[in-house]
Design a protein around this ligand. Structure first.
Ligand SMILES: Cc1ncc(COP(=O)(O)O)c(C=O)c1O
Length: 461
């Protein structure tokens, strides 16, 4: 860790606080430590998915149960969850509607590779909720994005895609890119650092330009080689970067002008409202993608598309020889996922739930402002509906600016300070979600401990 001095924080106090919080974690999590040792015998990094180790804790938290906002670890420590599995459980852990759907549908056949009886009804509900007429299902948002990029290339006959620098759309190879400095003004890209086993030459498939940069966007689109732009309407994976006024409208206008499909990935911005950000802001994407919370945390993702895109898909299918399309996985659209998707559309994504999520998120946002303001730090809080993110410095306009506001030493220490006092934030950044069962009293607990944590490391000058 680098505890270099920055305004508002005393670097020596920060270093000591970090060490103290690590010790406190170890003292209060003996059973987690024991399971960490035991699990290391058979799991890579001691965990069933190797990056479950990327939390601020000295060893993993092993979870016994999670319900509503409450998470309990195997040592009996209880937490108020603001991470919600990084969005998968955004409507609360094990919502009763999903638990019921699982119990009912689980006894009537989990997977048959055939459409379940409820398919027609769920299609109607998807169309009514999100405003797009045609739909497909996958198991993860990654896979949905992989599929829609393939469709876009097939429909347009164009080879390239465009993403915004700092994006994350799952582990789809051609989106795992950054804008190389030499490319920023004219597109192009290089692979993100740290990718394992990557043999995909992203410069041949992908252009990455800064978010909110219409000039760079148009320069690339004008070449007429871009099948699709895939974008989150608010960047949420490199801190949070809000669109500047008019940017998304121009994005829509330019993609139409240059006959490029616009794919909006709302896997995280489903936090905005029933129908997502696109419906709330009338973005009119050609293709719309969402996973994670769409079926209440059950592995499931969907993509919706316009009648024009559907016509294009039919033309592609008619024009191709038989054989594998290269899309779809055996368990996608299984009966259990479909039942949870319907329960989620009916009972989780309701106006009442969103209204409660928004009011707690607004309360928390104001409170964070007070806490950071009192500390004399440069800070900002961004919010998209039920999703908030705090960061240090001014609000960024693009991924590179957002990345520069990161303060890992302070953030790790604060995350650990909160965790040791029963509050979970999202590990890779400073994201908080307010579920329908999160209350202002839960927010108060977070604010109190954040305030105390900052006071412990603040500079008195
Ligand atoms: C915007 C966005 N799209 C897609 C994904 C991929 O989701 P999954 O890991 O569930 O495939 C993520 C994951 O964080 C995401 O943030």
């Amino acid at each position: 860790m680098n505890y270099a001095r920055r305004p508002g924080i005393d670097s020596e106090s920060l270093r000591k606080a970090h060490a103290r919080e690590r010790e406190r974690f170890v003292e209060t999590h003996p059973e987690c430590a024991r399971l960490a040792q035991q699990s290391a015998r058979h799991w890579l990094n001691g965990v069933p998915m190797h990056w479950m180790r990327d939390w601020s804790t000295p060893h993993p938290l092993f979870i016994r149960a999670a319900r509503g906002v409450d998470v309990e670890d195997v040592d009996g420590n209880r937490y108020i969850d603001f991470c919600f599995g990084d969005t998968g459980a955004m409507f609360g852990h094990s919502p009763p509607a999903i638990a019921r759907a699982l119990a009912e549908a689980g006894g009537a056949g989990i997977t048959s590779m055939l459409p379940a009886e409820r398919v027609a009804r769920v299609g109607e509900k998807l169309a009514a909720t999100f405003g797009l007429p045609f739909w497909q299902m996958t198991q993860t948002a990654t896979d949905a994005n992989r599929n829609v990029l393939r469709w876009a290339r097939a429909i347009t006959g164009r080879p390239r895609i465009l993403v915004f620098d700092g994006c994350y759309h799952g582990t789809v190879e051609e989106t795992l890119v950054r804008a190389a400095p030499e490319f920023v003004a004219k597109g192009g890209s290089r692979a993100r650092a740290g990718l394992i086993g990557m043999n995909h030459d992203v410069s041949t498939t992908t252009d990455a330009v800064p978010f909110n940069d219409i000039t760079a966007l148009e320069k690339v689109l004008a070449r007429g080689r871009t099948a699709a732009v895939i974008a989150e309407p608010v960047m949420t994976n490199i801190g949070m970067v809000l669109p500047q006024p008019g940017f998304l409208a121009q994005l829509r206008e330019l993609t139409r002008k240059y006959k490029t499909l616009l794919i909006i990935d709302e896997t995280h911005t489903l936090s905005t409202a029933r129908g997502g950000y696109s419906r709330a802001q009338d973005l009119q994407p050609d293709i719309w993608v969402c996973g994670k919370a769409i079926a209440g945390g059950m592995p499931c993702a969907v993509f919706g598309f316009t009648a024009d895109v559907e016509a294009g898909m039919r033309r592609v299918q008619e024009g191709r020889a038989g054989g594998h399309s290269g899309m779809g996985t055996t368990l996608s659209a299984n009966a259990l996922a479909l039942a949870c998707l319907e329960a989620s559309l009916d009972e989780l994504m309701t106006e009442t739930n969103y209204s409660s999520m928004h009011s707690v998120a607004a309360y928390l946002s104001e409170g964070l402002g007070r806490v950071f303001g009192a500390q004399g730090l440069a800070w900002h809080v961004s919010r998209v509906g039920a999703r908030l993110e705090f960061a240090f410095g001014s609000p960024p306009r693009n991924g590179a600016e957002s990345e520069r506001t990161a303060w890992p030493e302070l953030e790790h220490t604060l995350h650990l300070h909160l965790l040791n006092r029963g509050v979970l934030l999202t590990p890779f950044h400073n994201m908080m979600l307010c579920s329908p069962v999160t209350t202002s009293a839960h927010a108060d607990v977070l604010l109190k401990h954040l305030h105390e944590g900052l006071r412990e490391v603040g500079s008195r000058e």
